[in-house]
Unconditional design. Structure first.
Lengths: 109, 113
């Protein structure tokens, strides 16, 4: 079973601060996806990274895929209260997706 | 745009009862899957299907059955509910395999007493 470790498990910050969430594994994935989930809803895809070393930006969010395609990071610049939610990384294998346990982000005004 | 529709949204069962969680998608996606989400455990794959007539087990399949008679529908059956199956269940679909963007439903919150 492929495992994805996310850290930190919980992060509470003030609006305007920067933060980084990590997603690490000992396994190689063909691609890695990041989702955000809000209470009472299903996860929503933010980005998919495919190539080792790839960097993708989505407004204030920057996603990076490790060179060996085993790890990834999500950096948020100048966090806003609307960024509050559960952030999940998921690694794609041949026919299944393996999720990390998530990082719960709380951004206070 | 309906996307992925799960019914019911909430359900309370007694131990030993059976029930079916419904999942339907209107995007003509071939790949569909069921996950359960428990506090501190993330999303764990129960069963998945790569197309009509084809299903396979995920990480935690025991106590659950699935079938895929049409592209649109992928029901999840609990044969004899147990308190350990209390969870939030999510159905997802994508046009390709697991590496493609997954579209999730809003979940079914299930409590087994």
């Amino acid at each position: 079973t492929q495992l994805l470790e996310q850290s930190p498990q919980f992060l509470s910050i003030q609006e305007g601060e920067n933060l980084t969430v990590y997603c690490n594994s000992s396994s190689v994935f063909s691609s890695l996806q990041w989702y955000r989930q809000e209470p009472g809803e299903g996860p929503v895809l933010l980005v998919t990274v495919v190539t080792g070393g790839e960097v993708k930006k989505l407004k204030r969010l920057t996603f990076q895929f490790g060179d060996a395609r085993k790890d990834s990071s999500l950096h948020i610049t100048a966090a806003q209260t609307g960024d509050t939610g559960l952030y999940l990384c998921a690694g794609a294998g041949y026919s299944t997706l393996t999720f990390g346990k998530g990082t719960m982000l709380l951004v206070s005004p | 745009n309906a996307g992925v529709t799960q019914t019911p949204k909430f359900q309370v069962l007694k131990t030993g009862q059976s029930m079916t969680l419904q999942c339907a998608q209107d995007m003509n996606h071939e790949y569909m899957s069921w996950y359960r989400q428990d506090p501190g455990m993330g999303l764990r794959l129960i069963h998945y299907s790569v197309g009509a007539g084809i299903t396979d087990q995920g990480e935690v399949p025991n106590g659950y059955n699935v079938s895929r008679s049409t592209t649109e529908d992928f029901p999840l059956r609990l044969l004899s509910a147990a308190p350990s199956q209390t969870s939030v269940y999510f159905c997802a679909s994508s046009w390709g395999q697991a590496g493609q963007p997954q579209h999730f439903g809003d979940g079914t919150r299930l409590s087994i007493l």
